[in-house]
Structures are given as C-alpha cells and as structure tokens.
Ligand binder design. Structure first.
Ligand code: UDP
Length: 373
C-alpha cells in the first residue's frame, strides 16, 4: 500500500510525525512518503529534525506576505506532479490549515483515498475571522476515512451524515508525539542549547507556573487582566516561580513587559522550540494558558491547566475536569491559581485525571485500520 502524508505547519508536523514513524516501522506493508508544503518554514524544520523525519518532497511554499488565494492554488498545482508520479493509494492530511484543505482536494482529484487525521472538530462558526472551520469541513467532506480524536468529534461527523464505518476514534496523535518527545527530552543523554538555558533559569526550590498566551480574543484588556493576575500571584506566593515564554506579537509583548518585567519570581523569556517547551511542561507544577494544543498535552503529564478563555472548542477537557476555564477575569485567575497552589487535595485530584485526548496509541490504531482495509 502506498501512503503519502502531507503537512505544512508546526502543529501539523508535531501531530503527524508519530504517524510517519509508525508507518515507517511497517515498511514491508507500506511504502510511505512525506510531502511538506512548508506553509511555515523554520518552525517546521525544527520539529522535523527533532522527530528525525526526512521529507521526500518539499514544496517550500512559504513566501513573504503570503495570501490564502495564492497559497491554496500553489499547493494544489504543486501536488499534481507528485500525486501523478507516486500514485499513492492513501493520502493523509491533518486538522484545519490551508495545507489540509488544499491537499485534501488535490488528493481527491488524484483518485487516492483521502484520510483526515484529527477529524470532526467543529466550532460551528464558519464566519469567524479565521478559515479553520471551513478548512476542516472541506477536508471532512472529501475524505474517505476520518480519524476522530474523541467520541464528541465522531458525533459531529455522524451529524453531517458521514457513514459510521468510515470513522475511527483514535485519541489525538499529539499524545503519541508527546510520549516520544517527553521521553527524549527528559533522558540524561539529551542536550539542547535552549534546555541548557532553561536549566539555568528554573528555580527547583519553587513551584513552577508555566504561562503561555497568544489568542487575539485576549488582546487589549484581556492581557492586561491576565498580567495583573500573574503579578498578584507572584507577589502573594514567594514559593512560586512564574516562567512565561512571551509570544512575539506586539499586542502581547507590550502589556506583558510593562506589567511583569520587574518582578523577581517572574521570568519572561522568548517563545520556545517544541522540545524545550515539552521539557518545561514536565518541570511545571501547573500551567496557565489560552493555547489549544497545551490543553490536550498537559493532562498526559499530570499538569492541571487553567484556561484563560471563556469558551473552548475542547469541551472534552472541561467535562473531564483536566482543565478549568478561568477567562480573563483577574480575581478568578488569582483565586483558582491560589486554590491549586494551596489546596493539595484539589491539586492531586486534578493532576490524576484521565486525559480525554488519548493514551498515545492513536497512530497504531490508524495503521491497523489501514492495514485491515
Ligand atoms: N509550543 C511550543 N513552544 C511554545 C509554546 C507552545 O512549542 O513556546 C507548542 C505546544 O507544546 C503545542 C503547540 O506548540 O504543541 C501549541 O501551539 P499554540 O499554543 O501556538 O497553538 P494552538 O494550540 O493554540 O493552536
């Protein structure tokens, strides 16, 4: 069976790398090739190096001032000769990017079976300022097989009249990626300049709170509230160290540096590469974030997550209790953080919950499914 696995951004690379590795382990049955569109360039390459995945085809499509029209057209046009030459039986796309949408259409044109990994997530808001909902819906509608991370995502697909026997609930491949990465970065042989720098910053005598935030919905008053809350938490709890890799967007940088730069137990650092971030998640006591991916990853490391959003497209985590929505209300962030810092029972209960996003076996489930077709 011939497989072509296509992706283009950093999060897709993180979530597809373990699938590539699983198929390559079964090289007698599968001829598996990897094609990257390089919709993101540098961050994608870092992840590929870390996972030791070498692409067979590199479309290298990142351009200054990239726009969705030309990117979509370029992906489809550039995939044509690859699809015609390799003639894959199965093409795999992931998630909800422009690469996902355009590659699924190209694969459909070629006659290959289209397989959508992380299928069935829905916000039910196609007219949001971002194209993700439309991207994942289009990929879903041209796909032959749907690998859904949870039963909620499976139900979304069933509601769109997708046949049940084309859907497999696998868990999210991000957990497979995390198992690999966490094992690698915490081993004694692992060395990495960024991790060395982190080792010199982390104060092992304190409880580490890891903070990340980038969402546009929190720009403005949201980030001001978040930073005021972090300031209060750090000042009230001298046994705590806050480490915050600050997103490069000026709307994030400005309030963060204005409000948090001069506090002893708050360290503001540059955004981290994926392996260094995984290392720091492992070291942390709890995580405060507005990131989607981190909500899926942290429960597998036993780290409670407070989410600085009012709504989430990851209701499974809220239902399971592995994350807690605190919005951007200062008092609420301070109160819930202090609760997890000072109430050991509440902390232990949250950190021992089962991760609703899977157990690290998503990729082997996908490979078995394709093998049995
Ligand atoms: N991440 C990273 N470095 C950072 C912050 C996050 O490598 O400084 C990783 C994180 O482990 C997760 C992914 O990037 O796998 C999530 O990305 P982000 O929060 O930017 O996007 P979202 O998940 O909200 O789409």
């Amino acid at each position: 069976k011939k497989n072509l696995i296509i992706f283009g951004t950093r999060p897709e690379a993180i979530k597809m790398a373990p699938l590539v590795k699983e198929f390559l382990k079964n090289s007698e049955e599968f001829d598996t090739r990897v094609c990257i569109t390089a919709q993101h360039r540098e961050m994608l390459d870092q992840v590929l190096t870390f996972f030791e995945v070498t692409p067979d085809y590199d479309l290298d499509l990142m351009k200054p001032n990239q726009n969705l029209y030309s990117l979509t057209a370029d992906i489809i046009t550039n995939l044509k000769p690859i699809l015609e030459e390799f003639k894959p039986d199965y093409v795999y796309v992931h998630g909800d990017t422009t690469t996902t949408m355009a590659a699924s259409i190209a694969a459909f044109y070629s006659g290959a079976k289209v397989c959508h990994v992380e299928a069935g997530l829905r916000t039910f808001n196609k007219r949001s300022p971002f194209p993700e909902e439309v991207n994942r819906s289009i990929a879903g509608s041209v796909s032959d097989y749907h690998f859904a991370p949870t039963t909620t995502s499976k139900q979304n697909l069933l509601n769109e009249n997708i046949s049940e026997n084309s859907i497999l609930v696998t868990g999210n491949t991000v957990i497979d990626a995390l198992d690999f990465s966490s094992g690698k970065v915490t081993s004694s042989q692992y060395s990495d300049k960024e991790v060395e720098q982190l080792i010199s910053i982390v104060d092992n005598s304190k409880k580490l709170i890891l903070v990340t935030g980038h969402r546009r919905e929190n720009h403005g008053q949201g980030f001001i509230n978040i930073c005021s809350a972090l300031k209060e938490i750090a000042e009230q709890n001298s046994d705590v160290q806050v480490i915050y890799p600050v997103h490069l967007n000026p709307n994030v940088q400005k309030p963060v540096y204005e409000l948090l730069a001069d506090i002893d137990n708050v360290k503001l650092i540059d955004p981290l590469s994926y392996p260094a971030f995984v290392w720091l998640m492992n070291k942390s006591y709890l995580i405060i974030t507005d990131s989607g991916g981190v909500q899926e990853e942290a429960p597998s490391l036993g780290k409670p997550v407070l989410v600085m959003r009012d709504t989430t497209e990851r209701p499974e985590a809220v239902d399971a209790g592995t994350v807690f929505l605190v919005g951007t209300n200062k008092e609420k962030i301070v109160k819930e953080t202090n609760n997890l810092l000072n109430n050991e029972d509440a902390y232990l209960k949250m950190s021992k919950l089962h991760n609703p996003y899977g157990d690290g076996t998503a990729c082997s489930k996908i490979v078995n499914f394709i093998s049995n077709l």
